[in-house]
Write a protein that binds this ligand. Structure first.
Ligand SMILES: [Zn+2]
Length: 113
C-alpha cells in the first residue's frame, strides 16, 4: 500500500498514512494512475522538492491539474536527494502551464532574460 500524497509505502494491514492522514491505495493502482494516461506531459523537472511543491501550488491556483512524480525511495536508493522530480500537466493545459512557469522563472531571475 502507498500514500498517494507523500508516496510513502506501508505494509499490508495499514490503511491510512501516518503523516497525511489520508487513505492508502495499492501500489499497482498508484503506478497505473501515473504511468497510464498518455495525455500527461512532463512540463518541468527539478531536484528540489520545495520547488516542485511551489510550482504545483502555482499551477493549481491557476486551475491547472498537476501531478508530481518523483523517483525517491523507489528504484534509486543510492541517489537519495538527487532524485529527479517531474511535474506533469494534462496535454490540454501544457501551453498555459509553460506560460506560468516562464513567469515564475522571470520573477526568480529578474533582469536575466
Ligand atoms: Zn502520506
Amino acid at each position: 500500500m502507498i500514500c498517494p500524497k507523500c508516496e510513502a509505502e506501508y505494509i499490508d494491514g495499514i490503511t491510512v498514512c501516518a503523516d497525511c492522514g489520508i487513505e492508502l491505495i495499492p501500489v499497482e493502482e498508484f503506478e497505473g494512475h501515473l504511468v497510464k494516461p498518455s495525455d500527461w506531459i512532463i512540463v518541468y523537472t527539478t531536484d528540489a522538492s520545495f520547488e516542485a511543491d511551489m510550482l504545483k501550488a502555482n499551477l493549481e491556483s491557476a486551475g491547472i491539474e498537476t501531478l508530481i512524480l518523483s523517483q525517491k525511495d523507489q528504484s534509486f536508493p543510492a541517489v537519495g536527494d538527487l532524485a529527479i522530480i517531474k511535474i506533469l500537466v494534462k496535454r490540454n493545459d501544457l501551453s498555459a502551464a509553460e506560460e506560468i512557469l516562464r513567469d515564475i522563472n522571470k520573477e526568480n531571475n529578474p533582469g536575466n532574460e
